[in-house]
Write a protein that binds this ligand. Structure first.
Ligand SMILES: [Zn+2]
Length: 511
């Protein structure tokens, strides 16, 4: 394979066309993601045609094909992994009768402020019983679980569904990252013992690593959340946080150990082999794919636009024919031949046959984040060669047609590895630790996620967490890194209350 730092590969286009208005905006996409992340994100959503914001209902998004195709791939990869671990798919209704919704007291209290209610229908007016648009499906699924589960032989029960949920978010909304309607997967699992349920939360965290880290390339830390920040009705909540380019955290999937809180409330009991009835133990896990998508594009994109992981990209390979007047037909035919070849390899491939200039096409597909571009002009057609361009490092290489299949495979894998490493390096660079309150303040100012000694993640520590929020303009205690093995020494105190520190927690600001 001949490597080439080329500028010479492209044949100069013969016909110069005045760029249209649309072209100009594409050609000039150049926003510093690090310096102006908010602007970068808003613009890329619009220019790359990920979502249309003009639907007119706050927090509700129109997903355009370029995001939808990627999101479908993300669902596929996630669902495959869940099924690999023994989860089966189900589809439950989107509405929950109010009486079911009210069954678990903590859960109701936690979710009530965010629920959309359906109170009337048709011309007859009010419904006999209000229906909640599910904000999450515990109270939809568990009444049925109580009917399905009879004996220990029915367990473990591991089911998941993919769909939408609705939450009336008071905070400002952001496409993909925070909305009032989002698309996700939720898995709901039932076991005979607490130990098995605990093991399930660890398995869920492993699934997050296998999919979000290994396949989507997103770096994160998984935390045990403090008592005051856990899922409504859970014994413990474990959740992953990644960091946005501005150093603020974004919460990704969480898994909840529900213990027997819901099973007692919903009567999910199983008979042991001696005929004695016991409440079952439960967990639930909720990767919000729309938000993971938002996190993924934020983490990987660069100043020229999107960069998709190879497996997820809506178009994985784009072919740009460079058409000079001479031999245009030959080049066109060659491009089509390559398209057929790449398609037969099982990749999503497209030819850019528009009459834009090659340079404009390059910018456009780079902005759209297509991982691999094949450039073919007269010389390539004549010599059965291809100039192959890799989006993340902009390297161009000339290969022969016979090397195409192996090269695409290798470049795709290399791109995945290198964007994953780059994202991890950035993530690591935004982590810090502080030994004094002043150090913490400084780090938070420079938008870092900071590890500090901490009094307690039980409810005792909540006041200190509130104090941190007040003193550090909204910074939040995220919890204990589940990988953390160190405990504080005797000299280490909580910065706020001065009590002996029992653990280390991370503090950061939310995106
Ligand atoms: Zn404290």
């Amino acid at each position: 394979m001949a490597k080439k730092k080329s500028k010479k590969t492209t044949t100069k286009p013969q016909v110069k066309k005045a760029p249209t208005k649309e072209d100009e905006s594409l050609v000039t996409f150049n926003i510093s993601k690090q310096k102006n992340f908010s602007e970068w994100f808003t613009k890329i959503v619009q220019i790359a045609e990920l979502a249309d914001m003009r639907y007119g209902v706050k927090g509700f998004l129109v997903y355009q094909p370029w995001s939808t195709i990627a999101i479908k791939r993300m669902f596929d990869l996630y669902e495959q992994e869940l099924e690999e671990f023994g989860h089966n798919p189900v589809i439950f209704p989107s509405v929950i009768p109010e009486s079911n919704f009210q069954v678990e007291a903590d859960h109701v209290e936690g979710f009530a402020p965010e629920v959309f209610w359906i109170s009337s229908a048709g011309s007859t007016g009010m419904l006999e019983e209000r229906l909640a648009l599910r904000p999450t499906s515990e109270t939809a699924m568990y009444p049925l679980y109580s009917l399905w589960i009879r004996s220990w032989r029915d367990l473990p029960l591991k089911l998941y569904q993919s769909g939408k949920v609705w939450r009336y978010e008071g905070k400002s909304t952001r496409p993909f990252l925070r909305g009032r309607e989002f698309i996700w997967i939720e898995s709901h699992n039932v076991f005979t013992t607490m130990e098995e349920a605990e093991a399930q939360t660890r398995e869920d965290m492993q699934i997050s690593i296998n999919v979000m880290h290994d396949r989507f390339g997103i770096p994160f830390i998984q935390f045990q959340r403090p008592e005051w920040d856990k899922f409504a009705g859970a014994v413990h909540t474990y959740a992953a946080d990644t960091l946005m380019p501005d150093g603020r955290f974004l919460q990704l999937p969480s898994t909840h150990l529900l213990g027997d809180n819901f099973s007692k409330a919903f009567g999910i009991n199983y008979m042991d082999d001696e005929g004695v009835s016991h409440p079952a133990y439960q967990t639930c896990y909720g990767p919000a794919i729309s938000r993971i998508f938002g996190g993924m594009i934020a983490v990987h994109g660069d100043d020229s636009g999107l960069i998709f992981p190879f497996e997820v990209a809506p178009v994985q390979v784009v072919i740009v024919p460079i058409l000079a007047k001479k031999q245009a037909t030959k080049v066109k035919n060659y491009a089509e031949e390559l398209r057929m070849l790449v398609k037969a390899m099982g990749y999503r491939v497209q030819i850019d046959a528009s009459d834009k200039r090659p340079g404009d096409k390059y910018y456009y597909w780079e902005m759209k984040g297509v991982p691999i571009r094949l450039e073919v002009g007269r010389r390539e057609a004549k010599e059965d060669q291809i100039t192959i361009f890799r989006r993340d490092n902009r390297e161009k290489t000339i290969i022969s047609k016979t090397e195409l299949e192996a090269t695409i495979k290798k470049v795709g894998a290399d791109l995945n590895e290198s964007i994953k490493e780059r994202a991890q390096e950035f993530f690591d660079s935004r982590l810090a630790s502080a030994e004094t309150l002043n150090e913490l303040v400084e780090h938070i100012k420079s938008r870092k996620m900071v590890k500090i000694p901490w009094c307690s993640i039980d409810l005792d520590g909540e006041n200190c967490a509130e104090e941190i929020k007040d003193q550090l303009a909204g910074a939040e205690v995220r919890g204990i890194d589940v990988q953390e093995t160190k405990i504080p020494s005797k000299d280490e105190k909580c910065f706020i209350c001065g009590n002996q520190a029992k653990c280390f927690v991370y503090v950061g600001k939310q995106y």
